[in-house]
Write a protein that binds this ligand. Structure first.
Ligand code: PMP
Ligand code: GLU
Length: 395
């Protein structure tokens, strides 16, 4: 039978982050010495106390289907975590555990959006947002930001993007890919605009909450007056606990949205992995001091990478205050020919770095910003130094 993929899937883009990681893996298998800075994945091992909880869960026979929305004990731990870290009161009925924050986000989009609804995505945004929106047949409305505003959307830009069809504002802080962190005042200014448009639901992706180097810490938009009943707070354990492969994410949301997600999930996955859910209880109940070493290390690497990139002409970098990415504007190279290769855009540039420097990065085009590339610094200091020295040589 010839290729009969649905139009829906034909129209989708492949996840650029995962595609670049796969390409790097393939080249490595061919014997090339590729340094992979494309995937946003902590290079630490899962903390031992989390592993122990998972082993215990196997021995305790947590092997049946779990409740669709997650174990009651886990939802209680999440509820406590929201209170402890974010001062948010989410009852267990407002919490749904899913197979990674990616599924949490997908669920929310599926249960809230109708075809032709508009979704405001401050760009750069995380690679999957736009394709998830398109899968629901809603329309992504990108609001471009630039390095001049530290890649943050201003209230004026938000106001200008809103139409009667706007249903959702969807963003991450700390932001993947820019590392930008919205402070309280900045969020309050956006909320002032949102107050005039009560039909808009906010999806606040806070998966990098703990990887935040800003002295004033993390602010959840749901905690700002008037926002609690119209915000979905998304989080997970992939980043702060280095548990990417364990696939646990969760939401705190208005109850009607949580119910919709559970209904959807009941027909799609039946619920998240049992062992990983038990391990997540241990992760979320632990004090932040148990993961501080990873956060400190990311902070050191951020400074290292910024210092090294500063010496390369043509790389214009903001100071990312969270997550583990730098997002340099490399548009100074566009139109130039480097070692015989014409660079027209960020995709050409990322490909050039892969082929000539053996360093995998991701084009900013995938994140809605065609001037930048994303470099993940979730890699060892040695790898980072070597990668940036290789980049410097080929540009
Ligand atoms: N949101 C953002 C901003 C991310 O970077 C990621 C990382 N993949 C996710 C959500 C999804 O995380 P996961 O599905 O691994 O929980
Ligand atoms: N969030 C990571 C990234 O942006 C993981 C890859 C993915 O899930 O797309 O690289």
């Amino acid at each position: 039978m010839s290729n009969q993929l649905s139009e829906r899937v034909q129209k989708m883009s492949t996840s650029a982050t995962l595609a670049m990681a796969a390409k790097a893996r393939e080249l490595r298998n061919e014997g090339k010495d590729i340094i992979g800075l494309s995937l946003g994945e902590p290079d630490f091992n899962i903390p031992d106390f989390v592993k122990e909880a998972a082993k215990q869960a196997i021995d305790d026979n947590y092997s049946s289907y779990t409740p669709v929305d997650g174990y009651a004990e886990l939802k209680r731990a999440i509820s406590k975590k929201f209170k402890r870290d974010n001062d948010l009161d989410y009852d267990v009925r407002q919490i749904v555990v899913s197979t990674g924050a990616k599924q949490s986000l997908f669920n929310v989009a599926m249960v809230v959006l109708n075809p032709k609804d508009e979704v405001i995505l401050p760009a750069p945004y995380w690679v999957s947002y736009s394709d998830i929106v398109k899968l629901t047949e809603a329309l992504p409305v990108e609001v471009p930001t630039s390095i001049e505003t530290d890649f943050k959307m201003t209230p004026e830009q938000l106001e200008a993007a809103i139409t009667p069809k706007t249903k959702m504002l969807w963003f991450s802080s700390p932001c993947n890919p820019s590392g930008s962190v919205y402070g309280k005042k900045e969020l309050e200014a956006l909320v002032e605009v949102l107050k005039k448009h009560p039909q808009i639901i906010v999806v606040s992706d806070e998966i990098y909450e703990h990887i935040n180097f800003k002295g004033s810490g993390h602010v959840s938009i749901a905690g700002i007056e008037g926002m609690y009943d119209r915000t979905v707070t998304v989080n997970g354990v992939s980043k702060a606990f280095a548990m990417t492969g364990w696939r646990i994410g969760y939401i705190g949301a208005p109850e009607w949205i949580a119910k919709g997600c559970t209904k959807l999930q009941g027909q799609v996955t039946s619920g998240a992995n049992a062992i990983a859910q038990r391990a997540t209880i241990a992760a979320l109940e632990a004090s932040k001091s148990k993961i501080q070493y990873m956060i400190d290390e990311f902070h050191r690497r951020r400074d290292l990478v910024l210092g090294l990139l500063e010496n390369i002409d043509g790389f214009n970098v903001n100071v990312p205050e969270g997550a583990f990415y730098v997002f340099p504007d490399v548009s100074a190279f566009f139109g130039k020919t480097l070692n015989g290769t014409k660079i027209n855009n960020a995709s050409d540039f990322a490909l050039y770095l892969l082929e000539r420097a053996n360093v995998a990065t991701v084009t900013g085009e995938a994140f809605g910003n065609p001037n930048c590339i994303r470099i993940s610094y979730a890699a060892s200091e040695t790898e980072l130094k070597e990668a940036i020295s290789r980049i410097a040589k080929v540009v």
